[in-house]
Ligand binder design. Structure first.
Ligand SMILES: Nc1ncnc2c1ncn2[C@@H]1O[C@H](COP(=O)(O)OP(=O)(O)OP(=O)(O)O)[C@@H](O)[C@H]1O
Ligand SMILES: [Mg+2]
Length: 289
């Protein structure tokens, strides 16, 4: 695309976004991590159900491009997913399905090598499509997948709030800090919080949070909010095997209680986020990059 054409496209998109901004209302929360397998997808699915059961319109976008699995956790057969949106065969809103517990799921595109390596233009289209959803939902949750690839960063960039998940393992902590560093450099205004998963005690969770938040404050100058913790709970693995989210299959388990706490904390934080100017504000920054 030559410079002039690209500028025209960006201006059209900016105009489109400006008109959307007047009606925007959803808060966008990206759930991310440095190390893989720390519990993001389970947290995302169960949190979506909890928020939906509290009467919120919730959309969960499984943006783990390459290892998508929210549909598996919910035992849903998806007729279409993000790969169809990227291939321009479907619109984002057409691939959204009603999931157990009443939230709306946009499935990821598991196993497609091409998905793991989107062009800038594809990424931009996806994030713009998300902006349209912003008017239909109260909360958009994005399960980004692990690491600091351009795909992950384009979704954290589109969020008001980035929830970083870690476990108490030293490798997970180091990788969580690396993610916080990249996200905060990308945009120091973005709200970042940390959830410590698979903990054995509240004390252990506090030690991990204090360690990361102190270092982030000292070396990056950013606050890392405390999103709480989730204990190691065998019901999580059992729920995965049964393909029934634990807040539905085991609503009284410790992990379900932790998800309720998280939903409350995020809702409190979400209130502040509605003043940030929505997608237009965030995307106009993105286009300037
Ligand atoms: N609180 C918990 N207690 C016990 N086991 C847990 C807990 N959270 C996650 N797990 C285990 O960790 C596994 C991985 O969880 P999940 O798939 O949600 O991680 P992820 O961060 O989304 O992984 P990926 O980076 O591959 O997308 C689960 O299948 C479950 O067995
Ligand atoms: Mg996952």
């Amino acid at each position: 695309m030559n410079g002039k054409t690209q500028m025209t496209v960006l201006m059209d998109q900016a105009t489109q976004l400006r008109s959307m901004a007047a009606r925007s209302r959803a808060s966008v929360i990206a759930i991310t991590s440095g190390k893989g397998g720390v519990g993001k997808s389970n947290i995302a699915v169960n949190l979506a159900i909890k928020l939906a059961s509290a009467g919120k319109e919730v959309v969960l976008l499984d943006a783990d491009l390459g290892l998508a699995n929210a549909d598996v956790l919910c035992n849903i057969d998806l007729p279409a997913n993000l790969s169809h949106v990227i291939a321009r065969k479907r619109e984002l809103s057409d691939v959204m399905v009603k999931a157990p517990g009443g939230f709306h799921l946009i499935g990821g595109a598991s196993g497609l090598a091409r998905m793991a390596d989107l062009t800038d233009h594809d990424r931009q289209r996806l994030v713009l499509a998300l902006a349209e959803l912003e008017q239909r939902a109260d909360i958009i949750l994005i399960d980004t997948g692990a690491g600091i690839s351009p795909n992950v960063l384009s979704f954290t960039r589109a969020a008001d709030h980035v929830l970083v998940v870690t476990t108490p393992e030293p490798t997970a902590i180091t990788d969580a800090y690396a993610v916080i560093k990249v996200i905060s450099r990308d945009n120091a205004e973005r709200r970042i919080s940390l959830l410590v998963n698979q903990t054995r005690s509240i004390g252990e969770a506090r030690v991990v949070h204090d360690r990361i938040s102190k270092v982030a404050k000292q070396f990056l100058g950013v606050p890392v909010l405390d999103a709480g913790h989730m204990p190691a709970d065998e019901q999580v693995a059992m729920a995965v095997r049964r393909r029934t989210p634990f807040v539905i299959g085991a609503p009284r388990c410790a992990a379900s209680f932790a998800v309720s706490q998280l939903a409350m904390r995020l809702e409190q934080g979400v209130g502040h986020q509605l003043d940030t100017g929505g997608f237009f504000h965030r995307m106009s920054r993105w286009f300037r990059k």
